[in-house]
Design a protein around this ligand. Structure first.
Ligand SMILES: Nc1nc2c(ncn2[C@@H]2O[C@H](COP(=O)(O)OP(=O)(O)OP(=O)(O)O)[C@@H](O)[C@H]2O)c(=O)[nH]1
Ligand SMILES: [Mg+2]
Length: 177
């Protein structure tokens, strides 16, 4: 039986990179429940969307961590809440180039709080095209909404090291509670 003490969940809007992040970390063994998108909804190379959840396993200093990715589309938020249940840490992927960062935070932070009772959250900012992504501004916006956000950091879901760093921050935060 899976030890729920080690359940970490990746959330964020459609195309934020949840499936990409889990695949980067846990490799070809990642379980993905996706369907093809209609051609009109392709986002660059992205041609599929999660309709269930993603699942992968990674070992951190010999201890297994179970990684789950939620679906991002709004009509699947009920599934996202179920997947979040029992998490000990959450990575919220947000899109720095989105005009609506506030909307992303307002949509996901309350859902995470409701489902997890204030576990630590790392906000991972991707798709930053500028040399100076607005990290301080995003930190302030997170602080105004949640005391559970333990870090706001740049992290590209395609890069294993950067996503692993998010998980390490969550495990350190776990130790402090
Ligand atoms: N250029 C660029 N592409 C990125 C970046 N982050 C993610 N991507 C791409 O964006 C897409 C993300 O797709 P997914 O991983 O399926 O996104 P998801 O969050 O699982 O989406 P849903 O399951 O539909 O909610 C992939 O094609 C990634 O290669 C980034 O920082 N820069
Ligand atoms: Mg996905």
């Amino acid at each position: 039986m899976i030890d729920s003490q080690q359940k970490f969940v990746f959330v964020g809007e459609m195309g934020a990179g949840k499936t990409t992040a889990i695949t980067s970390i846990s490799g070809s063994d990642t379980l993905r429940m996706e369907v093809p998108l209609p051609e009109s909804d392709y986002q660059g190379e992205k041609t599929t969307t999660t309709v269930g959840f993603d699942f992968g396993v990674v070992s951190l200093q010999g201890a297994p961590m179970y990684l789950y990715g939620t679906p991002g589309q709004e009509h699947f938020h009920v599934v996202a809440a179920e997947v979040l249940s029992g998490a000990v840490g959450v990575v919220l992927l947000i899109n720095a180039s989105a005009r609506a960062i506030d909307n992303e935070l307002d949509q996901w932070l309350p859902l995470i709080h409701k489902a997890t009772q204030d576990v630590p959250i790392v906000v991972a900012v991707n798709r930053h095209n500028s040399k100076t992504p607005p990290l301080n501004e995003i930190r302030a916006r997170c602080r105004a909404r949640s005391s559970s956000v333990v870090a706001v950091m740049l992290a590209d879901p395609r890069r294993r090291m950067e996503m692993s760093a998010c998980l390490r921050v969550l495990t350190l935060a776990q130790l402090r509670t």
